[in-house]
Design a binder for this molecule. Structure first.
Ligand code: ATP
Ligand code: MG
Length: 276
C-alpha cells in the first residue's frame, strides 16, 4: 500500500531572528518509505523538521505537501496528514497518559462532535503498540524518561497521519526499547504505507532502518541516498569529524560504523566470542 503523499523542501532556508540555520535545503521524502536524517548536534536537524511541519517559517524557499505550499493548507487538513513528534515535547502538567495520547485525536474530531468509538480504538491501539497500556491512568509527570518517550510516540501514532516526522524518537530509550520503537515504526510503514522521516543519532540503527538517509552539516544537505551508498568513512568524517571504519552489519548487511577513538585501536580478533 502506498499513500503517495509528497513532502518536499525546495531551496528551503529558515532560522531564528536574523540567524540562518537551515541553509538552502532541497529534498523530497520518498513517499511510503522511511527516511532518516543524521548530522552533528546543532547542525539544524530539528529546525529542518520544524520548518517542514510549519512550526518555523521559511525565510526563503518553501515546504510543499502534495503540490501545495504548506502555509496555504488549512490547519486541520495539515494536522490530519502530517504529524510531528518534536525533540522535547511538553506535556500539560498533571495530564494522564491516556488523555495525552487522546490529544493525538484532536485533528480528527469534527466541530461540535465529541469523542467517538474510533477515537477510543485508535488510542487503545497506540497504547498497546508502544507497550504503555498499563500506564494509561498514570500521570505523565511521574513516568521515567523512557516511559514518557513511548507515551509521546503513542500520541503520534494515535494521530494516524499518512506522513509522520519524528525528532529523535529513541532518546531516553534503552537499546531493547530503541529497537522495539524502530521495529514498530517499520511495521507502521509497511502495513499502512506511512511516510516516515526521523532524526536519529545512532548511525548504525539509522543505516539499518532507513530506506533513505539524509546527512546534514551546518544547515546544508551533504548526502542523500540509500545507506549502503552514502555511509562511508569519508562521510562520517565530513558530517561528524569522526575517524571511523565502516563494516557490514552481520545481521542486516547494512553499514556498521565503528569509531576508532584515541585509546582502543587494537589488532587482536575483532569478534567477541571468536576463536583466539
Ligand atoms: N528556538 C530557538 N531560538 C534560537 N536559536 C535556536 C532555537 N532552536 C535552535 N536554535 C539554534 O539553531 C541551531 C540548530 O539547532 P537545532 O535544534 O536545529 O539542531 P539539531 O541538529 O537538531 O541539534 P541536536 O542534535 O543537538 O538536537 C543551534 O545553534 C541552536 O542553538
Ligand atoms: Mg535536534
Amino acid at each position: 500500500m502506498t499513500l503517495d503523499h509528497s513532502l518536499a523542501a525546495n531551496a528551503l532556508s529558515s532560522g531564528y531572528g536574523s540567524r540562518t540555520i537551515v541553509d538552502g535545503v532541497d529534498l523530497e521524502l520518498p513517499p511510503g518509505k522511511i527516511s532518516v536524517i543524521v548530522g552533528a548536534n546543532a547542525c539544524g536537524k530539528s529546525t529542518l523538521l520544524k520548518t517542514m511541519s510549519r512550526l518555523v517559517r521559511p525565510s526563503s524557499g518553501a515546504v510543499v505537501l502534495d503540490g501545495s505550499a504548506i502555509d496555504k493548507i488549512p490547519t486541520k487538513k495539515l494536522a490530519t496528514t502530517l504529524g510531528l513528534l518534536p525533540q522535547q515535547p511538553i506535556a500539560p502538567e498533571g495530564i494522564a497518559v491516556a488523555d495525552l495520547v487522546g490529544r493525538g485525536r484532536h485533528p480528527h474530531q469534527k466541530m461540535f462532535r465529541a469523542w467517538t468509538a474510533e477515537d477510543d480504538e485508535a488510542v487503545a491501539e497506540a497504547l498497546t503498540a508502544t507497550g504503555v497500556a498499563d500506564l494509561a491512568d498514570r500521570s505523565v509527570d511521574e513516568l521515567s524518561g523512557g516511559q514518557r518517550q513511548r507515551v509521546w510516540i503513542a500520541m503520534a501514532l494515535a494521530q494516524n497521519t499518512d506522513v509522520l516526522l519524528l525528532d529523535e524518537p529513541t532518546t531516553f530509550l534503552d537499546l531493547a526499547h530503541q529497537v522495539e520503537v524502530l521495529d514498530l515504526l517499520t511495521d507502521l510503514n509497511l502495513s499502512r504505507g506511512t511516510t516516515i522521516a526521523m532524526v536519529l543519532h545512532d548511525i548504525n540503527l539509522a543505516a539499518r532502518y532507513a530506506d533513505h538517509l539524509f546527512a546534514m552539516r551546518s544547515g546544508k544537505l551533504v548526502a542523500s541516498g540509500a545507506p549502503a551508498e552514502v555511509v562511508t568513512p569519508a562521510l562520517i568524517d565530513q558530517v561528524f569529524g569522526l575517524d571511523a571504519e565502516v563494516f557490514l552489519d552481520p545481521v542486516s548487511h547494512t553499514p556498521l560504523v565503528i569509531p576508532r577513538g584515541r585509546h582502543h585501536a587494537d589488532s587482536r580478533p575483532t569478534h567477541i566470542g571468536a576463536p583466539a
